[in-house]
Design a protein around this ligand. Structure first.
Ligand code: CA
Length: 450
């Protein structure tokens, strides 16, 4: 072949290659425009037999957390309604089991799947207007409610509890399938159970139809509500990951005022009490709620001493009024979390609550707040004595939470020391707060496991 012919052939080959590849690119881009997004992404990885990584926080220690990973094939369930979920939970049995939730499961339904509303639960003559008339502090006074309306409220509440409280037994994994699994109105009770995993699930609006009036709480009295989206009570080795918990649909901020107090409908998003221990909560979203997370529910609950060891990392607390978390007794490792207080949240109280014998080790958390929230507002102490806090970012700037708390919260009974008596040993990589803020915004919550 002559040199010129060779050059011509090479040029033609190149031209052909370019033409083919640009045609392929056009086909790809046409496909991208015409196919739904779902079809282009590869099918979601099966996460149902995942176990907690060996170094991932307190739940990874002392034997680790595997949930229902050892379930035999006859104990792997896909559920689409409350009845199916209740059957799979098997009354909280210890048999290793995997429960996959597909779509939206509403806890407020009867055995035939029909929706139940508050009127369906009301019994013995309970009516909210009669209850409010009976126990109005201006006529009833400051005594604890008693009598027919209070009895009727209790009986009605028991009927709702029987539907919405769902017992989760030992050796159980509950996962949402895909990006749209929701448990609505339910309260998962992990009680005296070891080895539980809950992942990739939205838990929405654990709404209490029958709030109780408590006249003496805080001087003015307050409304007491029953249901936490998840309640760990005497639970050990629990991993909660990529969960979204909120009051979506029924925010307490939109509830009216009754007896001069917000008529609350929700309790905690995730409460960890009664000597629960060895818990890791990761990559989850806690949003649009008042009291998000209580770790230890009483100053006199000394059975919690040495327990309530919890790791919280890469979680988002958005539009939360208080308890993110509030801690008694526990050694809590709080790292790489993202806190966002939107400008329209005017009742914000605090994020990190330091209470009796708590030992919170906080590092590299990021806080974003509107102008009326100051750095000194982020931490609140009642009867606490120590908080280890480093690497915090406040609206993008470094802040020493301990120093600023001690300098400005002169109302606290005493200054906090930085020595909490322990240093976390089991944890994944701890990133800077700015990096974590960015990653958590993009990666935390249900439907976002990669
Ligand atoms: Ca609670």
């Amino acid at each position: 072949m002559s040199r010129r012919a060779f050059q011509l052939t090479t040029a033609l080959t190149l031209l052909t290659a370019l033409t083919v590849s640009s045609a392929q690119a056009r086909t790809e881009s046409v496909r991208a425009r015409t196919e739904p997004a779902q079809a282009r992404t590869k099918p979601a990885r099966d996460i149902s037999r995942d176990t907690l990584a060996a170094d991932d926080g307190w739940a990874a220690t002392r034997g680790g957390t595997s949930g229902g990973a050892r379930a035999d094939d006859s104990h792997v369930f896909t559920v689409t309604d409350r009845a199916g979920l209740v059957r799979a939970l098997d009354g909280g049995s210890a048999t290793p089991k995997i429960i996959k939730i597909a779509g939206a499961v509403d806890a407020n339904t009867d055995d035939e799947g029909r929706s139940l509303d508050c009127a369906d639960y009301a019994t013995d003559g309970y009516r909210a207007d009669r209850y409010l008339a009976a126990y109005d502090p201006r006529t009833w006074g400051g005594a604890k409610p008693s009598g027919p309306q209070e009895e009727a409220r209790k009986a009605s509440a028991a009927r709702q509890a029987e539907r919405v409280e769902l017992p989760v037994g030992p050796n159980t994994t509950i996962v949402g399938l895909g990006k749209s699994a929701v448990l609505k109105g339910g309260s998962l009770h992990v009680e005296n159970a070891d080895n539980v995993i809950i992942r990739n699930l939205e838990l929405r609006d654990a709404y209490d139809c029958f709030p109780a009036w408590q006249p003496n709480t805080g001087g003015l009295g307050d409304w007491k509500t029953a249901y936490d989206n998840i309640w760990l009570r005497g639970a050990t080795h629990v991993w909660i990951d990529h969960v979204t918990a909120s009051d979506k649909g029924h925010p307490d901020a939109k509830e009216p005022t009754r007896f001069g107090r917000n008529y609350l409908r929700h309790d905690g998003l995730l409460d960890i009490t009664n000597a629960s221990d060895l818990v890791t909560v990761s990559w989850s979203r806690f949003a649009d709620h008042d009291k998000a997370m209580l770790i230890g529910n009483g100053d006199t609950a000394t059975g919690d001493r040495g327990k309530l060891r919890v790791t919280l990392h890469h979680n988002e607390f958005e539009s939360v009024v208080q308890r993110a978390p509030r801690v008694r007794f526990g050694q809590v490792h709080l790292y790489n979390n993202r806190y966002v207080v939107p400008g329209d949240v005017h009742d914000y109280r605090y994020s990190i609550g330091v209470s009796t014998e708590s030992a919170v080790y906080a590092e590299n958390n990021a806080f974003t707040t509107p102008g009326h929230v100051e750095a000194a507002d982020l931490v609140k102490s009642w009867n606490g004595s120590a908080l280890h806090a480093k690497g915090s970012l406040f609206n993008g700037y470094p802040v020493d939470l301990l120093a600023i708390n001690n300098a400005y919260n002169s109302g606290s009974e005493r200054d906090l020391t930085g020595d909490v008596g322990w240093v976390p040993a089991s944890h994944g990589r701890v990133d800077g707060a700015a990096r974590a803020d960015h990653d958590v915004q993009r990666g935390a919550g249900a439907g976002r496991i990669r």
